[in-house]
Design a protein around this ligand. Structure first.
Ligand SMILES: Cc1cc2nc3c(=O)[nH]c(=O)nc-3n(C[C@H](O)[C@H](O)[C@H](O)COP(=O)(O)OP(=O)(O)OC[C@H]3O[C@@H](n4cnc5c(N)ncnc54)[C@H](O)[C@@H]3O)c2cc1C
Length: 482
């Protein structure tokens, strides 16, 4: 007899989205089961944490490389890729230590290890167990789905996970895709001495503000990474010790439209993939799929009213912040029957490149499309004392606000962008004005001071909320009193 379980909520997938959903449900005091087929942590464990560990090694190399410009130098720099790999494993293992079924059990979450599969519209089977929950939340993430490019299925490729376990130094790493995660990995490896080329049929960081993206791409190119964007791939074929890609690149003036042959020793497919539904038995539960994601409505509810989907499995920006945001709001929506606000845009979108890239809220283009006339403020990092002190002045802060001064979005390119975006995320989420940001003081000399400095550029408003014309009238009036 299979064991039957009937929790209030069953979450499928123990990545950041699933864990956040289960934690929110447990905190609200309802019974919750979390089903995970692999290791708890999902994409954080297999991709986000290892890639940041790689980048930490690359950043350290870069800091040592530029040391002489600050008067500090040492022995010749060397990279031991095996040691870098050991460091990645150690950092990931340490991260995983906090994610055990026992720890989650203490918070009220029952973890079941195994693969979940719907057997009917209200029942999930996991091995010998059947789960009939009042509501299900699918947080299953992605499965690989290589882009349809001629010849790609006939060559050996790497996934991101493979890229963190290299046992042979690539003589030329070709990365197919130009997402935030592709760019940061390319720079990480390039800084550790690996020749890297990005090949993308679309634009780098597609959907983000091209003005900000250009700063990052220019730096990657300056560091020797070839970024071939918006290319047409004609063929990919195996060659001795690697692959050959035939493509045309409209931006390559030298090639002048002629076909280009790129030879690589390793090919990393860095495209996002599709929702990991292959083994889920969605048909049995009458859950529809929409292109690369599970189809959901504004409340993240699937075509089966008892089942919701969140995180990477749902189309949109793929990030831990968005998965966690959706997790908390879907649980609220389930438990308190309140409609969910479409608030994905509150999750910061970040690339851990150098200079870093971070945005939150609306881009300038999206803000203009929605509000028409908007205020756009820019401040180059070269205006910041800290940036000069550390000799890291490339980048800018760009803020978009309504004419009334409400912050709609912000983008930062520069060192520590991912950290510096936090106050802007606060401003966007809480509908704060530029005046509120301007009034937030930062210590000297910090990059955080860029926030109030850029807000101070607002030509119309200042802390007192007065327009420039009103300010001039008041000053003129007071002058009359001496
Ligand atoms: C190279 C790289 C670097 C990244 N770096 C960052 C970063 O710095 N910051 C950031 O915010 N995001 C980063 N991301 C993205 C981030 O990893 C994902 O957005 C995030 O993990 C999505 O969380 P999720 O819970 O939706 O899915 P996942 O993390 O993918 O978790 C899904 C889980 O579901 C499980 N599962 C699937 N099907 C079943 C089933 N049938 N039964 C049981 N379990 C199942 C899987 O085993 C997996 O553990 C990176 C991604 C990549 C590829």
């Amino acid at each position: 007899m299979p064991e039957e379980l009937a929790p209030d909520i069953c979450v499928v997938g123990g990545g950041p989205g699933g864990i956040a959903a289960a934690s929110a449900a447990a905190a609200a005091g309802v019974s919750v089961i979390l089903v995970e087929k692999g290791a708890l942590g999902g994409g954080c464990l297999t991709a986000a944490v290892p890639s940041k560990a790689l980048i930490a090694a690359a950043d350290t190399y870069e800091a040592l490389r530029i040391g002489p410009s600050l008067g500090v130098s040492g022995a010749p720099l060397q990279v031991n890729l095996n040691r870098v790999r050991d460091h990645i494993v150690a950092a990931t293992t340490e991260f995983a230590r906090a994610l055990t079924p026992e720890r989650l059990a203490v918070t009220g979450i029952q973890v079941i290890q195994g693969e979940a599969r719907f057997v009917d519209h209200a029942t999930v089977a996991v091995g010998e167990r059947v789960i009939r929950a009042r509501r299900f939340i699918l947080a299953v993430g992605l499965q690989p789905a290589p882009p349809k490019l001629p010849g790609l299925d006939g060559v050996e490729t790497m996934t991101f996970a493979d890229a963190f376990q290299l046992d042979r130094r690539p003589s030329h790493l070709i990365i197919l895709g130009a997402s935030r995660y592709a760019l940061e990995l390319a720079q990480g490896y390039a800084r550790l001495g690996i020749d890297a080329t990005i090949v993308s049929t679309g634009a780098p960081l597609a959907g983000e503000d091209p003005e900000l993206v250009a700063v990052v791409v220019d730096r990657l190119r300056a560091e020797g990474i070839r970024v071939r964007a918006n290319v047409a791939v004609h063929n990919i074929a195996r060659r001795r010790n690697g692959v050959r890609i035939l493509l045309s690149d409209p931006a390559d003036a030298e090639a002048d439209g002629a076909e280009i042959a790129l030879d690589g020793s390793h090919l990393l497919v860095a495209s996002a993939g599709v929702a990991a539904t292959a083994a889920l038995g969605l048909a049995a539960a009458e859950i529809a799929v929409d292109g690369s994601g599970i189809a959901v409505d504004g409340n993240l509810r699937t075509s089966n009213g008892r089942v919701y989907a969140i995180g990477d499995a749902v189309k949109g920006t793929r990030s831990v912040a968005r998965a966690e945001l959706q997790a908390r709001s879907v649980v609220r929506s389930i438990l308190y029957r309140v409609p969910r606000k479409g608030d994905d845009w509150l999750a910061p979108r970040v690339a851990f490149t150098d200079p870093g890239f971070a945005t939150v809220g609306l881009t300038e283009a999206a803000a203009r499309a929605r509000y028409g006339d908007v205020e756009v403020l820019r401040l180059p990092l070269a205006e910041n004392a800290r940036a000069h002190i550390e000799r890291q002045t490339s980048g800018l802060v760009k803020v978009v606000a309504t004419r009334g001064g409400r912050v709609l979005g912000a983008g930062i390119v520069g060192r520590d962008a991912a950290e510096l975006i936090a106050p802007w995320a606060l401003a966007v989420a809480n509908r704060l004005t530029l005046a509120a940001v301007e009034a937030t003081l930062a210590a000297f000399p910090t990059r955080a001071a860029l926030g109030s400095a850029v807000a101070r550029l607002d030509p119309e408003k200042e802390a007192a909320g007065l327009t420039a014309a009103a300010r001039r009238r008041i000053i003129a009036l007071l002058r009359k009193f001496g």
